[in-house]
Design a binder for this molecule. Structure first.
Ligand SMILES: Cc1cc2nc3c(=O)[nH]c(=O)nc-3n(C[C@H](O)[C@H](O)[C@H](O)COP(=O)(O)OP(=O)(O)OC[C@H]3O[C@@H](n4cnc5c(N)ncnc54)[C@H](O)[C@@H]3O)c2cc1C
Ligand code: SF4
Length: 492
């Protein structure tokens, strides 16, 4: 149906809780578009034939097609377009950095604001969840088994795609709950956990087995998984190992890594009055770092009742790596930005607890190898910031457990698993990897994209092995299949 375009240069604002209300509760900050808002916003899309938004989407969602359906009030049709490319639209609509991806390339952004693609994606996914009862069925089994390590967005996406093809998929997850960073890192007030759980329940209904409290590398090794009959393994174990600065005082009581702080709150529910998980109820908190993780930790500290929360970052406001929207939300909620500042020592009292942070002021010099201006210490600028808690949020890397227990698995100097590119094949036969475990800390959508590519490559690999072994051949372990392939090759 022809759509009357809405030529308003501005996107429809997102209804949100007031800053002074939301910084005292744990509910979602953004409330989502109403039906009418979504339809009107969708009418701002020009349905460009060249679709620059689509090519900027890491999973190539047909964006104009789903938006056109919203404009025509065909919400279920829009949902089907979304889910043809993305397994987690309700998640991506909330946390994807659209401003650097689809919305960054939107033609409407040239003379005004881009179409609110992310907000529309969220609306469609929420509409579907509230109005349509899904009954996912387990597809007919194809007789082959795949193991996945890690139940974050990458592992879950790969599991879904393989299960649809009939594979018997088992996800081994180290924590007691599936979801990866979506449950232990990203706060409830940005991504309600019920939404993630719904996606996981859908996978289980399709027959995916999720074994929690299973640390691969400790309980079982990758070699043992092959011995158990899995024909391929997808490693999606993320990058959960926190970095520290190596400055004096980092082992004082009251110093957390952002990962530990967020895990205690999000996964272990330390924010609830009835929770048994201990968490420091701080007065003044310094969060060191400027990414999304730092914003999440700072905003949680405020919600837990801290009177002052500082973001301490060594470059300027312009250089903050966090999403602009998250920075704005943090500012509105009263987080204080101490930019061009770097800690040099954590100070402790007689009880071994944090009682301050010695800092230096910085200025920006010439661009460094990363293209960003290098922060340089200002001579004689030392000062003490009065804080009782310090949260380190300066990055993470993959945990070394899997690389230490998997002979022949190549990793780079950052500890990331090396793969052949898009397929995710590692230096080990039948072992694939993707998501943060390969790229280092990145984004949900990139991790999902890697899971999709790996699922396709794993399917091709197993089918090729099975065909070489004979169409009726019983599935074998990858090692046995490899021997069969080699024997076939010699015979030819
Ligand atoms: C606080 C925070 C906020 C973020 N905000 C955003 C955002 O707004 N937008 C965005 O796009 N991205 C954001 N990110 C990044 C994003 O969440 C990650 O890039 C993404 O989750 C990576 O997915 P993954 O599946 O590769 O790994 P993960 O989500 O880390 O999942 C890996 C899983 O593997 C498990 N695991 C690890 N080792 C083992 C083992 N040996 N055996 C078994 N299981 C194991 C872990 O417990 C975990 O559940 C954020 C990250 C954090 C920490
Ligand atoms: S670039 Fe913007 S206006 Fe063009 S199709 Fe994509 S969302 Fe619509």
């Amino acid at each position: 149906m022809a759509v009357t375009r809405n030529m308003n240069p501005k996107k429809c604002p997102m209804p949100s809780q007031e800053p002074d209300v939301r910084n005292k509760n744990f509910d979602e900050v953004a409330l989502g578009y109403t039906y009418d808002m979504a339809v009107n916003e969708a009418k701002r899309c020009l349905n460009c034939p060249t679709k620059p938004c689509r090519s900027a989407c890491p999973v190539q969602i047909d964006i104009p097609a789903f938006i056109e359906r919203v404009a025509n009030e065909d919400m279920e049709g829009a949902y089907r377009v979304l889910t043809a490319s993305s397994a987690l639209p309700a998640v991506c609509g909330r946390v994807c950095p659209q401003e650097n991806q689809c919305e960054g390339k939107c033609v409407r952004g040239i003379k005004g604001e881009s179409v609110a693609i992310g907000r529309l994606e969220r609306f469609v996914a929420d509409w579907h969840r509230e109005h349509v009862a899904d009954h996912p069925q387990a597809p007919a089994p194809n007789g082959h088994k795949v193991a996945i390590i890690g139940a974050g967005p990458s592992g879950l996406t790969a599991a879904g795609d393989l299960a649809k093809l009939g594979y018997q998929v088992t996800i081994y997850e180290a924590l007691h709950l599936a979801g990866g960073v979506l449950v232990y890192g990203i706060p409830e007030f940005r991504l309600p956990k019920a939404i993630v759980q719904k996606e996981i329940d859908g996978l289980k209904a399709m027959g995916v087995d999720i074994e929690t409290n299973m640390v691969i590398g400790k309980v079982l090794t990758i070699d043992e998984l092959f011995e158990m009959g899995y024909e391929a393994v997808y490693v999606a174990s993320g990058a959960g190992l926190p970095r520290f600065m190596g400055i004096p005082g980092e082992s004082l009581k009251g110093v957390y890594s952002a990962n530990e702080y967020l895990t205690r709150i999000n996964l272990m529910k330390a924010y609830r009055a009835d929770s048994k998980t201990p968490i420091r109820h701080s007065g003044k908190v310094a969060v060191v770092g400027g990414g999304n993780v730092a914003m999440d930790a700072a905003r949680w500290a405020k919600r837990l009742g801290a009177e002052e929360v500082f973001i301490v970052y060594r470059r300027g406001m312009e250089e903050l790596p966090a999403r602009r929207e998250e920075v704005e939300h943090a500012e509105e909620e009263g987080i204080i930005f101490k930019t061009l500042t770097n800690p040099v020592e954590v100070l402790g009292n007689e009880n071994g607890e944090v009682c301050g942070m010695r800092c230096v002021e910085m200025e920006l010099g010439e661009p460094d190898a990363s293209g960003r201006r290098r922060p340089i210490v200002k001579e004689g600028s030392e000062f003490v910031l009065d804080v009782d808690t310090m949260i380190m949020s300066i990055g993470t890397s993959p945990n070394p457990l899997i690389r230490h227990t998997t002979p022949g698995l190549e990793t780079n100097r950052h500890g990331c698993i090396v793969t052949n590119g898009e397929d995710g094949l590692t230096s080990r036969e039948g072992v694939y990897a993707g998501g943060d475990a390969v790229t280092g800390a990145a984004t949900v959508i990139l991790a999902m994209g890697a899971g999709k590519h790996a699922a396709k490559a794993i399917d091709e690999y197993i089918m090729e092995m099975a065909n070489v072994g004979g169409a009726q051949a019983k599935p074998q372990t990858a090692a046995a299949l490899k021997e069969t392939v080699e024997a076939e090759t010699v015979r030819r």
